[in-house]
Design a protein around this ligand. Structure first.
Ligand code: 26W
Length: 801
């Protein structure tokens, strides 16, 4: 059965007609006076009409068939642009392009006029966006719940090489993809106290706000299914406290409005360091409570017995940020629906799942019981009840296993205890979750921790962003791989064919040429498309070791200068990424990269042999430019620290071999692609732990490497900070004396691996094989595979298609 749902077969004429209709009656503009922005809005609305058809059909089917729904709770969705993705998924891209060109407009310009929806920091948020797209593609009935931040992730600029943040304002112009749903609104409380009425505890909040829904449809491949991303905006419960105002208390009169305005104003720009701020806890509860109220309301329109909730509902917590879902679900069932504690616990545990995305201790959320009890007094009681229930259920457990410890609520332990499944995001990471993060809980609850290796959507990360390669794949194995990525394996026999390899590298070269033009325009630097494009793009963090990369780049520059006439493989080093605004060490690394770029890019001795490019404001759209043009993927984190990585998978699919450590999903990438097609270096997670036993590991490593000593010497002498020799004293001092992430200890191995990369790249035929095999063997890393895993092992749900 063809499940595509169009109200009519759309022709190019028909689409053009719809665009003009929307321009006139939706946007209120006359064609001769319409700007590029107006046209983009009109086209978006026309495409959206088609999305809506698929959306309604899916929603009707879900109701009619009484299907179980998946609810994905996430504080972040790093979506990027929507128009081109929706057009491609609906098979309307060519037609839309034609319409746009006939109007005398440039398709790329029009598409790129759309601001990125940047409601996320990095990996966790982008994963949520990929998973929403895959759930739609697979016909898994699902809702994503999140917050409608007024300002997404800050914009990054460089001033004298240093990061400067400015606010992001994606909502200043109308968002054509969302539907305001003021009728879907819930009251969310904070603070106040707990009263006992008729033997029951009830919460009397001291503050309340309204959560009001905005829905964005998410359409899957070929428009066969569409789900809802429901983002909550905060509104004041009373617009204005007239009584207080009349008494002259103007500030107090505006209080309800002020709380509502601040709640969803900004996305917290920290990934990996948890800050313990009251507003953040309020945001987390606001999202979670609104979502749970919505979920129960939907369930109760069709069913009456909450004990059977797990048959129809699966709720996934994206890290611990929505972990208050456990106590909130128990509270709603007990206090609002009269359930007893035992029943409420059983239901909550069957319904909830928890995905862990990080082992870094500074990222694990722990709220002081003072703050938690103040903002959520009833939840504090319930958390303590859960803790003591768990203790009594497992009397033999070690005394130090607890949810509330040292006057803190540990959200990881809470999420674990409240879930039927806890998952890590790569094989290695899931093992480490068992062994190092929750060893005791794992022993008490064997089988609860499972693995679901991350994936990325091939629609955006290959088909959309890399048209030259996608076209070649279509021509070689036929279309259809977009929704069945294992089929990329059919490319493998063709890799033996010299003609195919040539075409594969021609596609890569087309992308590199386009990127070279983009770099010239954005950064004013000329780079050769024949050079090796070596790319590290991700948030800046010490554990991701951008500093290891720039240190080795300096060593390489120094080596070129010593023997400029040797046969150097020309390289373009490309960096991209933001630092958390308060993370000074990361900001220093950014400054150093930019300082080194200044010197290297203007060094006449080096010329084209080495260039360093760091375009400001890396985001999803920039990734779509950079990744298809990459020759080499830098995945060089300290082993044991990167939970999975997902950029690594995008590079692989786009034919860029990895230089990397045995960390996160790199391990599985190497297994899939074969060790001969992966540039491995560095210590293993176990070796890292052992190495740290030596308090002088950094000094020993530096003393053993003359190139590294030379590099640190050049930095400390001010070679890259002329006139300011003390700029990097702190950096160099940390390298010698602490170096917690072991950049020094892995330096020599990294340098040697880079030499192997050069040797491989110098042999074009060998390189072409490696690159093509990365694509051919990348099928495993589709987010469709990952979502199928969640559906089978955690959500117990089936496709509606
Ligand atoms: C509360 C502060 C905070 C905010 C965000 C702490 C931690 C986070 C995230 C869990 C950090 C994150 O994005 N983790 C990344 O998740 C990706 C998707 O699973 C993985 O691929 C990355 O390895 C992991 O760093």
């Amino acid at each position: 059965m063809d499940t595509r749902v169009f109200d009519e077969e759309l022709t190019k004429e028909g689409l053009r007609e719809r665009v003009l209709q929307h321009l006139t009656y939706g946007i209120g503009k006359d064609a001769p006076h319409a700007s590029l922005h107006d046209w983009r809005m009109a086209l978006s609305l026309a495409i959206r009409d088609k999305v809506v058809n698929a959306w309604f059909a899916s929603t009707r089917r879900t109701w009619a068939e009484g299907r179980k729904r998946v609810y994905y709770l996430s504080m972040e969705y790093l979506i990027g642009r929507i128009l081109e993705d929706a057009a491609i998924n609906l098979g309307l891209e060519e037609m839309a392009r034609g319409v746009v060109e006939d109007l005398g407009l440039d398709w790329r310009q029009l598409v790129e006029e759309e601001p990125d929806a940047a409601l996320g920091n990095g990996g966790l948020g982008r994963l949520a966006a990929c998973y929403m797209e895959s759930m739609a593609t697979l016909g898994c009935p699902a809702y994503g719940y999140g917050l409608r931040y007024e300002h997404g992730l800050f914009r990054q600029r460089f001033e004298n090489g240093q990061q400067v943040e400015t606010p992001e304002d994606w909502l200043t112009s109308l968002n054509p993809w969302e539907f305001d749903r003021p009728e879907s609104a819930y009251t969310v409380g904070f603070k106040g106290h707990v009263e006992t009425k008729g033997g029951r505890d009830v919460w009397v909040p001291g503050e309340t706000v309204i959560a009001s829904a905005f829905d964005t449809p998410v359409v899957g491949w070929q428009g066969r299914w569409a789900n809802t991303l429901r983002l909550w905006a905060a509104k004041p419960t009373t617009l204005f406290d007239l009584e207080r105002f009349n008494h002259g208390d103007y500030a107090a009169a505006a209080e309800p409005e002020a709380l509502a305005r601040t709640l969803c104003r900004v996305l917290y720009p920290d990934d990996t360091t948890y800050q313990g701020k009251e507003l953040r806890l309020k945001q987390e509860f606001f999202l979670t409570s609104a979502a749970l109220q919505d979920i129960l309301r939907r369930y109760l329109t069709e069913h009456s017995d909450l004990r059977r909730l797990p048959e129809k509902v699966a709720i996934q917590m994206n890290d611990t940020h929505p972990a208050v879902a456990g106590p909130e679900l128990v509270r709603l069932m007990m206090d609002d629906h009269g359930a007893d504690f035992a029943d409420a616990m059983e239901v909550a545990q069957k319904v909830l799942g928890y995905t862990n995305h990080t082992l870094l201790p500074e990222a694990l959320e722990r709220w002081s019981t003072y703050l938690f009890g103040n903002v959520l007094p009833r939840h504090m009681q319930i958390v303590e009840k859960i803790d003591s229930w768990h203790r009594h259920a497992h009397p033999s457990r070690p005394h130090y296993v607890g949810i509330v410890k040292h006057h803190e609520v540990r959200m990881g332990e809470l999420a674990f205890v409240m879930s039927h499944k806890v998952n890590g995001v790569s094989a290695l990471h899931s093992d480490l979750v068992k062994e190092t993060l929750f060893p005791e809980l794992n022993e008490l609850h064997p089988g609860r921790i499972v693995n679901q290796t991350n994936g990325v959507t091939p629609r955006r990360w290959l088909n959309l962003c890399n048209r030259p390669l996608a076209t070649l794949i279509d021509a070689t194995i036929g279309t259809g791989w977009q929704a069945d990525l294992d089929r990329l394996a059919e490319l493998e026999p063709h890799v033996e064919d010299a003609g195919f390899r040539q075409e594969f590298m021609a596609a890569k070269r087309a992308n590199k040429l386009a990127l070279a033009g983009w770099i010239k325009e954005r950064c004013g630097v000329t780079v050769s498309p024949d050079a090796l494009f070596d790319v590290q793009v991700k948030r800046i963090h010490e554990y991701k070791r951008q500093h290891l990369n720039i240190l080795q780049t300096i060593a390489h520059w120094h080596a070129i200068r010593q023997t400029p006439d040797a046969e150097w493989v020309p390289r373009v080093k490309i960096f991209g990424g933001k630092s958390a605004p308060g993370y000074w060490v990361a900001k220093e690394i950014i400054h150093l990269i930019n300082d080194v770029a200044q010197v290297v890019n203007n060094d006449p001795v080096v010329g084209d042999r080495l260039k360093i490019i760091y375009p400001a404001n890396y985001n999803v759209s920039m990734a779509e430019h950079l990744i298809p043009a990459a020759d080499l993927s830098e995945q060089i984190s300290t082993a044991g620290k990167e939970a999975s990585g997902t950029g690594n998978m995008k590079f692989m699919l786009n034919g860029a071999p990895t230089i990397g450590t045995l960390d996160g999903a790199n391990v599985e990438i190497r297994e899939q692609v074969g060790e001969e097609n992966f540039f491995l270096f560095g210590m293993t997670a176990q070796e890292v732990m052992n190495r740290r036993e030596d308090p002088d590991h950094a000094r020993h490593a530096i003393e053993a490497s003359q190139p590294l000593q030379d590099v640190l010497q050049m930095i400390v002498e001010g070679r890259f900070s002329p006139g300011d020799t003390s700029r990097y004293n702190g950096f160099v001092d940390r390298m010698w004396n602490s170096d917690y992430f072991l950049a020094a200890s892995d330096f020599a191995a990294y340098d040697a691996a880079q030499a192997q990369v050069d040797a491989a790249f110098a042999d074009p035929d060998r390189w072409a094989r490696m690159a093509a095999l990365n694509t051919a063997r990348g099928g495993f890393f589709s987010s469709d595979r990952a979502i199928r895993g969640y559906m089978k092992d955690i959500w117990y749900t089936e496709s509606a298609l």
